[in-house]
Design a protein around this ligand. Structure first.
Ligand code: NAI
Length: 375
């Protein structure tokens, strides 16, 4: 028993518990109690953010360019609510809280406005310029952007300090972490309110600075790129994924790339590598042929009813897991050095809850420290 409680695994799992408690503390020191969320953009992200918040008891208005674009999100929400709530009356109440709003009237009363429209700078700038004139003066204005600079989007506002980032992960219902992004000019009060909102909907808020990829995508992208380079060198995707699973990752990096979408993987790689390195060859071949991963039924793997068809894995080459993890660890270290997160502990917390990084290893910074301490 004593040996178990002193084992590094136990120590690290206890650490994960404390990391989670630390994240739960963000936003606690605010008396902001949002009741109404307005979401603009009813696509993959906006639709699911709206559904999640309605499930958690908020009144949500959901805006898009037409009612036809909102309908699929409401349908998705209806089946998710049925699965989660099971009770017909509760499902009805949750659906009543999720209000299609093609004309965007909800933005006038909302306590929080989240924008999740196409990743297009001019469109976002124009949208926020309009929203600023109608939103309540103390409403939180937030963008869910993954790759645009918050400062550039804020340039469309009369008061740019109002804009913050509230960056959810896909799939929204499954991912516990939400990055709350501070732009250069973001108002600290708005950030506190943003974090209080995230807690209110039962997610874990991680404060991050506006920088390419924030924390989570900044560590995932180089790791996925390295994995795809291994495939270019002739290592089977199954073998690459198996090496990462054996290390303790929840999903192999190749299957992860297929899941996020290979078009998105190309865009993220380009943004984060700033053109220094060539994109992986096989990745480009697949994208050029229209094979974008799970969503098109084919990527590095072929999908049958959403499941990748994998060949049996033979021997995993020695050192492969370390090779894959190295760029991941280096990126986490860089984020700490550059102040994207305030300290190493928050990098570990964000990476564990944002990527599922092997919890028993206590996070990438903890792993690096323990490895260096080994004789
Ligand atoms: P999507 O393409 O699924 O949905 C975008 C929606 O916005 C469409 O329904 C479109 O009709 C609507 N729209 C466009 N312009 C509009 C306007 N002016 N007014 C109202 N509605 C408008 O896009 P997705 O994937 O949901 O991405 C949305 C945002 O979320 C982007 O900024 C993206 O960077 C970010 N994001 C995406 C993630 C992902 O995995 N897809 C993950 C995290 C963030």
């Amino acid at each position: 028993m004593d040996a178990i409680s002193r084992s590094p695994t136990t120590k690290n799992l206890v650490r994960v518990y404390y990391l989670q408690e630390r994240l739960k503390g963000f936003g606690k020191d605010s008396d902001f109690a949002p009741k109404h969320l307005h979401v603009i953009g009813a696509g993959v992200m906006g639709g699911d953010i709206a559904a999640w918040a309605a499930l958690r008891g908020l009144t949500v208005t959901l805006q898009d360019q037409s009612i036809e674009r909102i309908a699929p999100a409401i349908q998705r929400a209806a089946s998710a609510f049925k699965k989660k709530l099971r009770d017909d009356t509760q499902v009805r109440f949750a659906l009543d809280r999720l209000i299609p709003d093609p004309s965007g009237q909800g933005a006038r009363q909302a306590d929080v406005v989240i924008e999740a429209i196409f990743e297009n700078l001019e469109a976002k700038q124009k949208l926020f310029a309009d929203i600023e004139t109608i939103a309540k003066p103390d409403a939180v204005l937030a963008s869910n952007t993954s790759s645009l600079k918050l400062e550039d989007i804020a340039a469309g506002l009369k008061n740019p300090s109002r804009l913050i980032g509230i960056h959810f992960f896909n799939p929204v219902a499954k991912m516990p972490l939400v990055e709350v992004v501070a732009g250069k000019d973001s108002d600290p009060q708005a950030l506190k309110r943003g974090m209080a909102f995230v807690r209110k909907i039962d997610k874990l808020a991680l404060p991050v600075k506006s920088a390419p990829g924030f924390l989570v995508n900044a560590v995932l992208a180089p790791y996925m790129q390295e994995a795809m380079r291994c495939v270019d060198e002739g290592i089977a995707p199954e073998v690459v994924d198996e090496a990462a699973l054996a290390f303790g990752m929840p999903l192999g990096p190749i299957e992860l790339a297929d899941t996020v979408g290979l078009d998105i993987a190309v865009a993220a790689g380009a943004q984060l590598a700033s053109g220094i390195t060539e994109p992986p060859r096989k990745l480009m071949e697949l994208v050029n042929a229209g094979h974008l991963g799970r969503k098109t039924g084919r990527g590095f793997y072929t999908y049958n009813q959403g499941k990748p068809q994998k060949a049996a894995v033979g021997q995993v080459p020695a050192g492969l897991a370390e090779r894959l993890i190295k760029p991941f660890l280096a990126a986490a270290q860089r984020c700490v050095e550059q102040g994207v997160v305030a300290d190493a502990e928050l990098a570990d917390a964000g990476v564990i809850f944002g990527t599922g990084f092997a919890p028993f290893r206590g996070g990438p910074m903890n792993y690096l420290k323990e490895r260096n301490e080994q004789p």
